[in-house]
Design a protein around this ligand. Sequence first.
Ligand code: HAM
Length: 408
Amino acid sequence: MVAIGKPRGTRDFTPDEMERRRAIEKKMRDVFERYGYREIVTPTIENMSLFTMKSGEGIVEETYAFNDKSGRMLALRPELTAPAMRFYLEKLQMEPKPLKIYYFGNCFRYDRPQKGRYREFWQMGCELIGSDKPEAIAELISTAYFVLKEAGLKNVQLRTGDLDILRSSIEKLGVEKADEIMRLIDKSDYEGVESLIEEKSGADEFMEFLKCRDFKSLGKFFDDVKIKRLGDVLEWLSVFGTPYILDTSIARGLDYYKGIVFEIDAPSLGAEKQLCGGGEYSLIPLLGGKDVPTSGFAIGFDRIVLALEKEGFSFPPSKEIVCILPIGGEMRKEAISLATKLREKGIMVEVDLMRRSMQKSLQYADRIRAKFAIIVGPDEWKKGTVIIKNMQSGEQKEVRKKELHNFL
Ligand code: HAM
């Protein structure tokens, strides 16, 4: 036991874990870039007021907030959409539209930790600023889908809905507690919803609407004008080659959403199965800016890693390292100068720093899964050669120093 542990809900990552995470991160970034998104970075801390405006009660309760030494109320960012919009207003408004930005960063929520739910977690996400054409929203949703596919996930489920339609159908019920209904729907607590609205006329129809998963049947509840935009986006999703399910009951937890919304799940993950969430939203007018269409999504990076493990994904093997081992103390300097030369050529090299015996050094090379050991002996060095040992086969070969890097 260490005397001081890490805070609840946070994690350390071993070198092996980081290698896997970085490999997945890279694949995901590549897809954002293929869709024309460019990366931004914003601060880990923001003014708390950025998040109190429209993120919703849940987020505010979950936000780590503190006063700094000058008494400013700051927050560790619980998400990256509000920071991205602040940045847009401060610096990016003159950029050509549509403006496509993506980010990868740690977020903090004072949540009850469990598998897949952490107090510090990583989001990779993006914002699309300047177009609300149905094909723009469909491209956004497709980006999310293909990022997850490229990460290596096989089993994901994309659900798309429309908050304007959902809110209208709640309005039709004539209830005062519309927000509470939205919250219950977001938690999939349908019994809770039913008990809140049971007295209302139209309650049965509303429950039927919530379960509607087929666009044609939506016509039973709304006229064509109301559902046209959703229909258009779904059609464009097919053009982008993106499989989806219509889900009328997507409520999204954050208050800034409106219009088309979507979520992507990994059914294999159980309780914390939501990998990605997003849609259209409005934040810029609240920040005092000129209104412009905005939409986006964020992927829970930690959950991607969990879902890949669950699916038995074979992560790329570790990068191969070469160990340089001097024979006896007198070859130590030669070994180190050889290491420097090979490192300059981009080869990953370890050189003995423990003054170990040859036998111990070889055991070490084996433990760190080195592909080759390069044995630097005085007789070979004089001839301009070294011995290369293949750590897997045990085979040894004398190679000229000059040809070494081609050989590796
Ligand atoms: P969100 O649904 O709150 O949306 O979070 C997005 C994703 O982050 C979730 O689907 C989940 O995978 C992951 N996530 C959330 N909380 C945790 C946690 N405590 N531990 C691990 N993973 C978590 C947003 O944050 C919006 N800003 C997305 C967006 C971008 N909307 C428009 N643009």
